[in-house]
Design a protein around this ligand. Structure first.
Ligand SMILES: [Zn+2]
Length: 201
């Protein structure tokens, strides 16, 4: 489901690419991508499987494809990295990738992520969890919002890493998260109670 821009107190997130779409003007495709706008910086999270589809949806949503200052790649699967070279061909940007990923050719700067680190202001990476995937942590005044790609390390482990930065408010990510919904079963603290919105629904 493609959502319109979602505004929290501190940032706006626009879903650009997903398996399904609620808007006839937008195209659906395998994979996930969203744009995070915060601190005056645009961060593109993942790039879907098809760069042309990503650029098409950006145009339909009125988003300049040269606007991302930073690109955050969750993990090395084609449905999350397929559009990377296309978006870098429009304008180069700093690319944050897990250390297990190969470096993209046209990046302005490549940040190979292993441990948790600050991406910008109150935006952090969980670090490369289980040697496979990183997630984005956004500290908002309502709590921590987590943006995840496929959640291969497990939603519980991702949320545990994010919980170090404060109480959890929301979880956004590709549909794999929902297919893996047993990961949302109550654990040592109740994810169901703490994480209120889960997008897309
Ligand atoms: Zn994956």
């Amino acid at each position: 489901m493609l959502l319109p821009g979602m505004t929290t107190h501190d940032c706006e997130i626009t879903i650009l690419y997903d398996n399904t779409t609620s808007g006839a003007a937008l195209a659906a495709g395998r994979g996930f991508s969203c744009l995070v706008e915060a601190h005056g910086v645009n961060i593109l999270f993942d790039t879907g499987a098809d760069g042309k589809l990503l650029l098409y949806n950006m145009k339909k949503l009125g988003i300049d494809p040269s606007s991302p200052d930073k690109i955050f790649i969750s993990h090395h699967h084609a449905d999350h990295t397929g559009g990377l070279e296309d978006i870098l061909a429009v304008k180069s940007a700093d690319v944050y990738i897990p250390s297990s990923c190969p470096s993209p050719g046209k990046a302005r700067k490549v940040v190979r992520v292993k441990e948790k680190l600050k991406v910008e202001g109150s935006i952090f990476s969980t670090g490369e969890l289980y040697g496979v995937e990183q997630s984005l942590i956004l500290e908002t005044r309502k709590g921590v919002v987590v943006v995840a790609g496929c959640s291969h390390p497990g939603v519980r482990n991702i949320l545990s890493a994010a919980y170090e930065r404060g109480k959890l408010y929301g979880l956004i990510g590709g549909s794999t998260i929902l297919k893996n919904s047993p990961c949302l079963n109550p654990c040592k603290w109740s994810v169901r109670l703490i994480v209120q919105p889960v997008f897309p629904r």
